[in-house]
Design a protein around this ligand. Structure first.
Ligand code: MF3
Ligand code: CO
Ligand code: CO
Length: 256
């Protein structure tokens, strides 16, 4: 991944990214009211798959490197890449990240959000709010000539000041006609390091913030990443592009 060159997208390609990104955001809006106690993560998956197909799009996760489902559903101590399952039923007080990536006309829109199931504990609420703020602070660093390391630095400074930790093993990534490509976007690090951002670059920022240790284990299914101490983890993700004077978030729902 590191050796790949970072593509700069044309305005025609960026329009395709906007279409895919908007659909991804709207899929999360569609799923949001279904997130309730008693619902299984497989039901969320099946609704996502049905909706995506009805829009004429494809679910990128399905079959990607052997991933068996159409979305990732990561509950509580699951950091990312949770696999939807009929036996996994949402409980009051859970937090669940839903990560979706529809492909529209060959272009990928990658976004995720952590939802509350019923009423969260004060700690879960704080973790989710801090994680959302981390994403916003990371996005605020994006502009031409800024360094990729500035993004992670801003996220790490805030997360650790709030008493939480930043996952190292998974990073943001370039995304366009390829799901995961250059550049890598760490959510930790030092200002003034890494490549300079250029207009037309497209990548995700997707901080995973933990209540306790940043270290993770991957379960025997080969996918599900959990915190080593089994404390809570939250995540938010947007796909963004560097513009002439700043940043455009590509994974926002359409207006009206
Ligand atoms: N959408 C995830 C990301 O943000 C990737 C999921 S890969 C899968 O990069 F295979 F687990 F679906
Ligand atoms: Co994602
Ligand atoms: Co991603």
């Amino acid at each position: 991944m590191k050796s790949e060159t970072i593509e700069l997208l044309s305005s025609r390609e960026l329009d395709k990214m906007r279409t895919a990104g908007r659909l991804a955001a709207e899929l999360l809006c569609y799923l949001e009211p279904l997130v309730k106690p008693g619902v299984s993560t497989l039901e969320l998956n099946d609704e996502a798959e049905r909706w995506t197909k009805a829009q004429g799009a494809k679910s990128a996760p399905l079959g990607y490197k052997g991933f068996p489902k159409s979305i990732c559903t990561s509950i509580n101590e699951v950091v990312c890449h949770g696999i939807p399952n009929a036996k996994q039923i949402l409980q009051d007080g859970d937090i669940i990240n839903i990560d979706v990536t529809p492909i529209v006309d060959g272009y990928y829109g990658d976004t995720s959000k952590t939802f509350f199931v019923g009423t969260p504990s004060p700690l879960a609420k704080k973790l989710v709010e801090v994680t959302h703020e981390c994403l916003k602070r990371g996005i605020a660093e994006v502009k031409p000539d800024a360094r990729i390391g500035d993004i992670g630095a801003a996220i790490q400074e805030y997360a650790e000041a709030q008493g939480f930790s930043v996952v190292r093993n998974f990073v943001g990534h370039g995304v366009h006609r390829v799901f995961h490509t250059a550049p890598e976007i760490p959510h930790y690090g030092k200002r003034g390091t890494g490549k300079r951002m250029r207009a037309g670059m497209v990548f995700t920022i997707e901080p995973m913030i933990n209540e306790g240790t940043w270290e993770v284990d991957v379960l025997e299914d080969g996918w599900t990443a959990v915190t080593q101490d089994r404390k809570l983890s939250a995540q938010f993700e947007h796909t963004v592009t560097v513009t002439a004077d700043g940043v455009e978030i590509l994974t926002l729902p359409g207006r009206g």
